[in-house]
Ligand binder design. Sequence first.
Ligand code: 3HC
Length: 307
Amino acid sequence: KKPAGAPDPKLARPVGKVGVIGAGLMARQFALLFVRKLKVPVVLTDINQDKLDEALAYIHAEIQAMHDKGRISSDENQRLQALVSGTTNPAAFSDADWVIEAVFEELSVKQDVFANIEQFISEDAILATNTSSLSVNEIGAKLKHPERLVGFHFFNPVAVMPLVEVVNAPHTNEIALATAMDTAKKLGKTAVITTDSPGFVVNRLLARLLGEAMHAVDTGTSFKTVDESVASFGMPMAPFELLDLVGLKVGAHVLDTHHAAFPDRFFRSDNLHKLAEHGSIIVRGRTGKITGYDRGAEAIVKGGTSP
Ligand code: 3HC
């Protein structure tokens, strides 16, 4: 049985270089946070060079914007810009102390990515996964040293959401846990230790809300009515605005994982998968302000399906 509570902080390892596996929406946001807060080299890797270039362009532009708004000096701008790099070659992770993954939410993909990366990293490196709702223990199943894998779950938008869930999986050792807690603190986040159960704490609760919202639409309520009701009720973001923020594919995977684990408590939705293929529910104007709901999305859910 694992010891309960927080690990001994003295066990935390220093993080002098960060490796980020993946260059998607979440990966690029937390790569930016790592370089801003830890001020150490951050290297991103992805199998897709175009995605990697896009992520690097995003990070460089965000650092530049911090400078242009007067939040960092010219020297700091140059220093932070130089700390970020990207490569398709995972050998660049050989001297990383902390390697965090945010690739596609598919168990077998994550397992293979970690098994592959383990060949390139040092014995002391800690591995972290930003999975939204999969089992951290199962993600580490193909690792030679699964004890160094810990869950480290950020929330969108990473720059402003204060929480990181640190997932203490059955195989996670105290060093990985202590390093995760210490790193979250240095990133300026509030860290909570969770058990390795579907959706951990926050996504378990959110999946109920988003699943019910999607079920309402599947059974005849409009996107607009659901969103207006929840926004007027006072939540910071309405359900479909939130799904748009996290990505429809990620949202569909989160609902599927919860439905598979607890079919009597969570809805899943075929329509959400169709909407993810379609691309969008929300329409935004040039300034990013929501202007309405996509006609094609409304056509997909018309007379929709119930689980
Ligand atoms: N990226 C970076 N920064 C952002 C941002 C974004 N997408 N959106 C807002 N910000 C920043 C703004 O720049 C501003 O910063 P400043 O004060 O330094 O200028 C600050 O946040 C406040 O911006 P706004 O005045 O526009 O703030 P709002 O009052 O509209 O709040 C919000 C924005 C904080 C994002 C709020 O709408 C909110 O809390 N939404 C809920 C988000 C949420 O629930 N996220 C969790 C999703 S689940 C998830 O990610 C888990 C995954 O596994 C599925």
